[in-house]
Each structure stands twice: as C-alpha cells, then as structure tokens.
Design a protein around this ligand. Structure first.
Ligand code: DC
Length: 221
C-alpha cells in the first residue's frame, strides 16, 4: 500500500478528468497532481530548445533538468508562467509525442511519486493507476464519446478566447488518442479494479458524486 492515500483518475482528454481531480482534491483537502502538465511543459521546453520530439535521449536529459514549478493554479517553466501556453492543442500534441518515450517517462516517475504528500493526493493522467501509483487504493477511469469530448474541448478553448475549428479538434483528439493508447510504454488503459465512469451524458456534479462515493467507501473520512 502507498503510505500516503492516493486516488488516481485516468482517461483520455475531454472526459472531465482534470476538473474532477481538482474538485475531488478540494473536497478532500488533498493535493492534486496534473501529470499532463508535466508532459505539456516538457514538450514546450523541447520545442523552445529545438529538440526533436522523437529524440528520446535528448528529451530524457531535458526532462531530468526541467525547471518546473506548480504554484497555486499556475505552471512555471524556467521561472516564467506558461499556464496558458501549455493548454493549446498543439502543446497537447507535443506532450503526447514526448510522452511516448520510455526514457522520458522513467525520468518523470520519481517527480510524480514525490507529489504523494500528506494528507493525500489525487493524481490525474493516463498511467496514474497503471504505472505511477499501482498500489493506489482507489482508481478511477473516465471515458466519454469522441464527439462529446471534442465538443467539450471546443467550448473550453473558445471560452479561453482561442481560435479553434471543431473538425480539426476531432482529428487532433483522435490522433492523440491513437498515440496514447497504442504506445509501447505505459499506454492509456483502464487499470485493473478501476471504477469506470462514462461521462458522455453526465454533468460534472454527477461524476463527482460517483467518484466521491467510491473514495468514501475506502476512506470514510
Ligand atoms: O492530460 P493532458 O491532455 O494534459 O495530457 C497531455 C498528453 O500528455 C497526453 O496526450 C499524453 C501525455 N500524458 C501521458 O502520457 N501520461 C500522463 N500521465 C499524462 C499525460
């Protein structure tokens, strides 16, 4: 068993993972790890330094020296706020590419595990329950139809004032899914024993209720 209580929330993008993880962490008074932000920041750092996103070793070296901080709701790379920059679909695509390398994932393992601090951690990503925290007592896997996920992303990006096209978004989401599910190392899968919630026709409070009920069965709090 992990000494610090951990709840993992995995799934593809647009399933509501990030929102549910944040709300759950707030409700429990626990820390929240957005592991996708780590890969997104690494992708951005690589592009800034002109490092090929397919070059595993240079990327692993970059990851080992990454100057990344999570401060309140902001992500700082080399001391500068990159919170908005890493949220674009382009950054998501770059993240998915750097995340496909075993050497990169290995370097980031300790960093992610170190986030498990008292009183507890809600960890959001693709392999939180399968690889990073395999002993987590509560594992959740969120799904949703690709159409619904694309529509949610579209609304999110529009609300942030970004210029996006829905068909382009669907294509990007499908390409990213295929890469995340098909990679040899830590592919996106529902971990064994996970509570699987299809969020296609559920509102956020309904998803949160189901997840919270599963957490309360293990941590009556
Ligand atoms: O959750 P997100 O959309 O911010 O993640 C961006 C990409 O990072 C995702 O397409 C794959 C990669 N990722 C990963 O491989 N493992 C994680 N635990 C989190 C993200």
């Amino acid at each position: 068993m992990t000494a610090v209580p951990v709840v993992t929330i995995d799934g593809p993008s647009g399933t509501g993972k990030g929102t549910i993880a944040e709300l759950l962490a707030k409700r429990l008074g626990w820390h929240c790890l957005d592991s996708g932000a780590l890969y997104r920041a690494l992708g951005l750092a690589a592009q800034r330094r002109g490092i090929d996103l397919d070059a595993a070793e240079p990327l692993a070296r970059l990851a080992a020296g990454l100057r990344l901080e999570f401060r309140d709701a902001r992500v700082l790379l080399d001391g500068a706020d990159v919170s908005a920059l890493i949220r674009t679909e382009t950054a998501g695509g770059a993240a998915s590419r750097v995340a496909a390398h075993a050497a990169v994932r290995e370097v980031l393992l300790d960093w992610q595990r170190a986030a498990a601090c008292p009183p507890g951690l809600v960890a959001d990503g693709r392999d939180m329950g399968s690889v990073v925290f395999p002993d987590a007592p509560v594992k959740v896997f969120l799904t949703a139809s690709p159409e619904e996920r694309a529509a949610r992303r579209y609304k999110q990006l529009k609300d942030k004032g970004m210029d996006v096209s829905l068909p382009a978004l669907v294509a990007e989401i499908e390409a990213r899914d295929a890469r995340d599910r098909g990679r040899a190392v830590a592919p996106l899968v529902a971990p064994r024993g996970a509570l699987v919630v299809d969020t296609t026709s559920l509102a956020i409070p309904e998803v949160l209720d189901r997840v919270l009920a599963a957490v309360r069965r293990v941590f009556p709090g």
